[in-house]
Design a protein around this ligand. Structure first.
Ligand code: MN
Length: 245
């Protein structure tokens, strides 16, 4: 089995090192990741400058681009490796509910999915790497499961509680929850006295009831959400056709 590993926290992040090490125990692995933290980059491709692929001492490839750039280059002839599976992460911090729209971790997986390759995004809830080894072990056990019942390619979004391995209560199939709108932008001044802005934090969970990713993780379970890429609002399409008739 050949596995392509990427992330959005950059090739030096503890999460991708732990994930690659676990995948290597049973698969042929190639790592291609951004050269720096590109969290929140979503599905962006770099089109206004060329990209370079570098090779680190540990064999990881890194790119001066986004997570989507990395997987795109790997799958379109930039690297001699056709994976059976793409895994992304392990992200530092959750990617639940509307986070998935902004997430570079999910985007790296999505890029593989768009090329017809099964893909799984792994994120660990809360910042810090206290239990990254537990999350990596769970990721390995998850990847080694049999997903023959799923249509291929599949795109799975996995969120792992930040707990010791023994305290994690199992897997839950979930739907994405929803958040309230984001917190306000943070306005401050730069050293020259000019007004600058920091994007504020994500909003609090709004739909976090039973069956959601938020609910599973809050109860100590690993949340697994199957994702798709189809933004067409079918019901609105019918209404739109009627209103334009
Ligand atoms: Mn990240």
């Amino acid at each position: 089995m050949k596995i392509l590993v990427s992330n959005d926290d950059g090739y030096l992040a503890p999460g991708i090192i732990a994930l690659a090490n676990e995948m290597r125990t049973f698969a042929e692995v190639m790592v291609v990741a951004p050269d720096s933290n590109r969290s929140g980059s979503s599905n962006s491709l770099t089109l206004d400058r060329p990209l370079t692929v570098y090779r680190a001492d540990n064999g990881f490839y890194f790119v001066n681009g986004t997570p989507s750039d990395c997987v795109h280059i790997a799958l379109t002839g930039g690297l001699p490796f056709r994976p059976d599976l793409i895994v992304s992460g392990i992200n530092q911090g959750q990617n639940m509910g509307d986070d998935t729209l902004y997430s570079g971790t999910v985007a790296a997986a999505t890029e593989g999915y768009l090329f017809g390759i099964p893909a799984i995004a792994f994120s660990q809830v809360e910042k810090g790497w206290a239990h990254v080894d537990a999350a990596a072990r769970i990721a390995r056990e998850f990847v080694q499961r049999d997903f023959d019942l799923l249509d291929k390619p599949y795109l799975l979004n996995v969120n792992i509680p930040n707990l010791p391995y023994e305290e994690i209560k199992g897997l839950r199939a979930t739907r994405l929850g929803k958040r309230h709108e984001s917190e306000p932008v943070i306005k401050t001044l730069d050293p020259q006295g000019r007004e600058i802005f920091w994007i504020g934090p994500a909003g609090k969970a709004k739909d976090s009831g039973e069956g959601t990713d938020f609910h599973a993780v809050a109860n100590g379970c690993v949340s697994v959400t199957p994702l798709q890429v189809d933004l067409t609002h079918a019901a609105q399409l019918d209404a739109l056709k009627r209103s334009m008739a």
